[in-house]
Design a protein around this ligand. Structure first.
Ligand SMILES: O=C(O)c1ccccc1NCC(=O)[C@H](O)[C@H](O)COP(=O)(O)O
Length: 211
């Protein structure tokens, strides 16, 4: 069970995710987010510990220059594309930077899963998330779940993470209902928007692994 803790922006969150055994840590490079970090801040956090969890850089329709400005100071193990990037853009990012790409797709109904086939040849992972609720200011990180049953028995063509509204209380059921091989969380391990809670991070990872 792969666990990604997204929206790490300070040493408390970083150290808690590390201590609790997270596999992946997400840094949000989207200035409008309450979880946003600068490239330099992410680089400094990364240097707190050599090795350990994989570093994921989350971008929303980034320019090449925006990605390069992060990679200059913060090595990434995975680039998460969480905007309207199409397969050609995913392929271009992957080829230009030589970093594996995880494409986030919003899911509300079974037909949304048809998009997976077009992306599969040019990405390394999928993050399957809820679509943003109407009026949401952010394209992700909205504490909104989708119908996990849509994933039951689905053959997803690449490794994938389930996201959207997961919490320590519901993650085990979400894994059971969806068959997900990995999970991603942000809001569900926060005590206030953008503020990670070490106890909730530990509880979430324990519940995901126990499920
Ligand atoms: O978390 C953000 O602030 C964010 C901003 C812009 C695009 C995506 C964002 N988050 C994406 C994630 O990977 C979240 O972890 C995922 O959407 C789940 O979020 P949550 O429902 O809050 O657990």
């Amino acid at each position: 069970m792969i666990v990604k803790i997204c929206g790490i922006k300070d040493a408390i969150g970083f150290d808690a995710a590390l201590a609790s055994g997270a596999d992946l840590l997400g840094f949000v490079f989207f200035p409008a987010s309450p979880r946003a970090v600068t490239p330099a801040e992410a680089g400094a956090l990364s240097r707190r510990h050599a090795g350990g969890p994989g570093r994921v850089g989350l971008f929303v329709d980034p320019t090449d220059a925006a990605i390069a400005s992060v990679l200059d100071v913060c090595p990434l193990d995975l680039i998460q594309l969480h905007g309207e990037e199409d397969p050609a853009r995913c392929a271009a990012v992957r080829a230009r930077f030589g970093v594996p790409v995880m494409k986030a797709l919003g899911i509300a109904e079974a037909a949304d899963l048809d998009a997976l086939a077009g992306f599969a040849p040019v990405v390394d992972r999928f993050l399957l998330d809820a679509k943003p609720p109407p009026g949401a200011a952010l394209p992700g990180g909205n504490a909104a779940p989708f119908d996990w049953g849509l994933m039951a028995g689905r053959d997803v063509p690449k490794p994938w993470l389930l996201a959207g509204g997961l919490t320590p209380a519901n993650v085990a059921e979400a894994i059971r209902a969806s068959g997900a091989p990995g999970v991603d969380v942000s809001s569900g391990v926060e005590r206030a928007r953008g503020v990670k809670d070490p106890r909730l991070i530990a509880d979430f990872i324990r519940a995901a692994r126990a499920g």
